[in-house]
Design a protein around this ligand. Structure first.
Ligand SMILES: [Mg+2]
Length: 222
């Protein structure tokens, strides 16, 4: 845990990280992705589900697969799939307090859109102005775990990788962070697609609850 003392850049994934996967928010986005594919590509529900899952696997995000194979307008897609009701996400005072206490910069690094990230933060009642957001548009639509967006993130925010930690629930998305010299923390997610590779050495810390982990970090730093 001692290496956490030198962290000056706190990089957070958004979905299923700043809020738990048990909220099922992401499954709502998932359903809208399928609806978008059915409408745009005129396919059956079953074909859309297959496409969505195949593209997620092969291209990192469903969106990236749709851009590559069907020249979908990414902005249309992002607007459509994030048009959800956020009200069942609850205020998280402890998370806000712990994030506020962390020394240094806080950055959200998401394969989703900025607007979606802002809505999530607002609903959790986490102070928005403490974060920078690096979204899929900033990533030039190249999603994690491709290495390019990590490199762009590092150069854009002048991050010193050795003084940073990336916290995320999809284990394989932590590999490039580790390879670039960042510390990594995996927010335990039992879904098969999220936990794949979690036993490997690119995972430095395993977390059950984000706010508890940050509390430990803050106690260590003080
Ligand atoms: Mg996530």
């Amino acid at each position: 845990m001692d290496s956490l003392k030198k962290v000056k850049y706190w990089i957070f994934d958004l979905d299923n990280t700043l809020y738990p996967s048990s909220t099922n928010l992401f499954s709502k986005i998932d359903k809208l992705m399928a609806t978008f594919i059915i409408d745009k590509l005129n396919v059956t529900h079953q074909e859309a589900m297959q496409m969505k899952n195949d593209y997620f696997r092969k291209h990192g995000t469903t969106l990236n697969g749709l851009i590559k194979n069907h020249k979908i307008d990414p902005h249309d897609f992002l607007e459509f799939v994030h048009n959800i009701d956020y009200s069942f996400l609850k205020k998280n005072t402890k998370l806000n307090d712990q994030i506020k206490c962390l020394p240094g910069e806080k950055i959200i690094f998401t394969n989703g859109s900025k607007k979606h990230a802002e809505r999530v933060i607002e609903t959790l009642e986490i102070e928005k102005n403490q974060f920078s957001i690096f979204d899929i548009v900033d990533s030039d639509f190249i999603p994690k775990p491709e290495k390019k967006p990590y490199e762009k993130l590092i150069s854009q925010f002048r991050i010193i990788p050795e003084q940073s930690i990336f916290i995320e629930d999809i284990a394989r998305n932590l590999r490039p962070a580790h390879e670039l010299g960042m510390q990594t923390a995996w927010l335990i997610n039992s879904d098969e697609w999220a936990s794949e590779g979690h036993g490997e050495d690119h995972i430095h810390y395993k977390i059950n609850k984000l706010e508890d982990f940050l509390e430990k970090c803050n106690l260590l730093i003080q």
